[in-house]
Each structure stands twice: as structure tokens, then as C-alpha cells.
Design a protein around this ligand. Structure first.
Ligand code: DGL
Length: 277
């Protein structure tokens, strides 16, 4: 049996840090290895093939570091690559290892928050086009109406430190207006992209009264805690020293200063390379 190792947490860039933050707060005893593919972010507008290949390279990187469990803390990667990796690649490259995403845990509970039976999902172009949210939510809440809106400018706003600017207000208002035109009785809005919590305050300012805003960090953390309890064979492979180590495929100084905004704490990252970069 392999040695105990950190839990891998992956995102195209900074967004997964909003998820890792909640995971560490819920499960501080484990070790975590975070990888942001900042050199190739954003993934949101990229093709299936590209997101799949980038994500598979990242998963292989985590396996090379010894990780037995990897969380894709990126909706775009979860939507476009997770299923193929789980079904086609894992049995071939690492049958004893596991890769989990962020869409299913969210879909499993979203319906509990709605009284009107209508929810809105804000996400990247890629996640919206994949139809993953409506498909997954239907399995758990077949009656729930799901409206989607792609917000392609929100990740660049968050990545470029423009999340508090007037420009951000413009795009947030515009996308919220669109989704409420599609579904007037929406009473739950899901931030279906792990970058969006950085825009949370501004989104709340523009939300109609009484609409609940859901971010995924706590949902994913709770679902991971549950998963580890139900899978002792994986849990015992996770090392427990309470450490977090951060890697980026781009510049470390930039990752440290900007990543701290997403993570809420100082970060000291290490550079690494993936695939053909
Ligand atoms: N944070 C990623 C997500 O949850 C997407 C960001 C990107 O476009 O790379 O979808």
C-alpha cells in the first residue's frame, strides 16, 4: 500500500482557493496540496478537448506527487473533464486513486434552499454550455426549475483585481438582470464558479431582496467530510499534519499576492510546470 499523502485540490487559477479555505476550516487535520494552473487560466472559454487535456495533466501531476485523492475545485474542469477522467483514465492510469468534482455535491443539496422551486446558476460559458448543472440537479430534484447564465467577464474581473471596481457593478447587474428575466421566481442563486465568491459583496448589493446566495466552499467541504467517512480505505491514505502547500504554473509572487485575496491568508507558493508549458 502507498504512503499517506496530501489531498490534492485543483483549479485553473485562484478560484479553488475559496474552496480549499472552507475545506481546511472543516477538516484541518489533513494535509493539502493546491495547484493553480494560472499560466493557462482562464479555462472558462476553452474547448472540451483543451480543458480535458489540461485537467488530465494536472491530475497526473497530483498522482506523481503521491496524492491518492484529488478534488477538482473548478466547475469548468468538473463539467468538462471529470466524467471522462473517472470513467476512461482512472481505471487505466490509477485504479486505486480517486478524483472528485464540485458539481455533484452542489446538485445534491441545492433544491433544499428553494421555496419557489426555481434556482439560478451563474457560471462560466463552459460550465453553462456543458449542461452539467441542469443534468445533475434533475437527478436529485426532478421538479426543480434551473435557469443558467454565463458570466464570462466575472473571472477576468476577479483575476485582475477589478472585483471592487465600477466595471464589476456593470457586469454583475447585467448578468443578474438576464437571469431574473429568464426565471422571475428564482429564490436561490448559486455561484457556480469558484472565482465568484470574490465578487460576493457586489453580487449581494444587486440581488433582489429575499434571494439566497449560495457559494460552494462549505458545501464541498461538508461533502468531502462525508466522503472520507464513508470511504475509510481512501481516508487512511490521507496524511494528517495539518499542512497546506501551494503550487502555481505561473509567477509565484503574483500568485502569493493575489491568491491571498481568495484564500484570506498569506500564501507562499512554489512554481511547477504541467505538460508542454
Ligand atoms: N474557477 C473556475 C470554475 O469554477 C473557472 C475559472 C476559469 O474560467 O478558469 O469554473
Amino acid at each position: 500500500m502507498s504512503q499517506a499523502s496530501p489531498i490534492g485540490v485543483f483549479d485553473s487559477g485562484f478560484g479553488g482557493l475559496t474552496v480549499l479555505k472552507e475545506i481546511v476550516s472543516r477538516l484541518p487535520q489533513y494535509d493539502y496540496l493546491y495547484l493553480g494552473d494560472n499560466a493557462r487560466a482562464p479555462y472558462g472559454n476553452r474547448s472540451y478537448d483543451t480543458v480535458y487535456h489540461y485537467t488530465l495533466e494536472a491530475v497526473q501531476w497530483f498522482f506523481d506527487q503521491g496524492c491518492s485523492l484529488v478534488i477538482l475545485a473548478c466547475n469548468t474542469a468538473s463539467a468538462k473533464a471529470l466524467r471522462t477522467i473517472q470513467q476512461n483514465d482512472l481505471p487505466r492510469i490509477a485504479p486505486d486513486k480517486r478524483v472528485l468534482g464540485v458539481i455533484r455535491p452542489t446538485a445534491e443539496i441545492i433544491g433544499r434552499f428553494s421555496e419557489t422551486g426555481s434556482v439560478g446558476v451563474l457560471a462560466t460559458n463552459g460550465t453553462v454550455a456543458s449542461g452539467s448543472y441542469p443534468m445533475e440537479i434533475e437527478k436529485f430534484f426532478p421538479e426543480l426549475k434551473v435557469y443558467q447564465e454565463a458570466c464570462p467577464m466575472w473571472v477576468p474581473l476577479a483575476e485582475n483585481n477589478e472585483h471592487e471596481s465600477h466595471g464589476a457593478d456593470y457586469f454583475i447587474k447585467k448578468n443578474l438582470q438576464h437571469i431574473f428575466e429568464k426565471g422571475e421566481d428564482i429564490d436561490v442563486i448559486l455561484l457556480g464558479c469558484t472565482h465568484y465568491p470574490l465578487l460576493r459583496e457586489k453580487i449581494e448589493e444587486h440581488l433582489p431582496v429575499g434571494v439566497k446566495l449560495l457559494a460552494q466552499g462549505e458545501i464541498v467541504a461538508e461533502s468531502l467530510a462525508d466522503y472520507l467517512q464513508r470511504h475509510p480505505e481512501i481516508e487512511k491514505q490521507c496524511s494528517r499534519n495539518g499542512r497546506q502547500v501551494f503550487y502555481t504554473t505561473d509567477d509565484t509572487a503574483d500568485f502569493d499576492s493575489h491568491g491571498a485575496l481568495f484564500y484570506g491568508q498569506p500564501i507562499n507558493s512554489i512554481h511547477t510546470e504541467l505538460g508542454h508549458i
